[in-house]
Design a protein around this ligand. Structure first.
Ligand SMILES: [Zn+2]
Length: 116
């Protein structure tokens, strides 16, 4: 069932102002069943997953998978736009001794202690 057929704001407002309690309950039930309709939730969950996946894909090219996945998850297509506008993150330099990532300003590797 479509949301607009059973639950629109005007109909709900009118029903709630009506003196007939049955009519009020019917209007509330229609809105409630529209909200608990599983199809609506499948679409919402599917859309959220797609948003996160596209965000992750953008993040892969921007070297910021976690950041862009979260942006896509939280903001959807707006998050993708923000991800695309943000500058590409530079990967951290690697320690020559152990190969683990270190911060650019570090004098010694925090993993193996080798001088950088
Ligand atoms: Zn190291």
């Amino acid at each position: 069932m479509a949301l607009s057929e059973n639950c629109d704001v005007t109909a709900l407002t009118q029903a709630l102002q009506s003196a007939d309690p049955d009519e009020q309950m019917q209007a509330l039930d229609a809105c409630l069943s529209a909200l608990t309709d599983p199809t609506l939730w499948y679409w919402l969950i599917g859309f959220t997953v797609v948003c996160a996946l596209v965000g992750a894909l953008i993040g892969k090219y921007k070297n910021a998978v976690v950041r862009d996945t979260l942006l896509g998850l939280a903001l959807g297509p707006i998050g993708w736009g923000i991800s695309l506008l943000l500058p590409k993150a530079t990967p951290k330099p690697l320690c020559r001794a152990c190969g683990k990532p270190v911060d650019a300003g570090d004098r010694h590797c925090r993993h193996c202690g080798a001088a950088l």
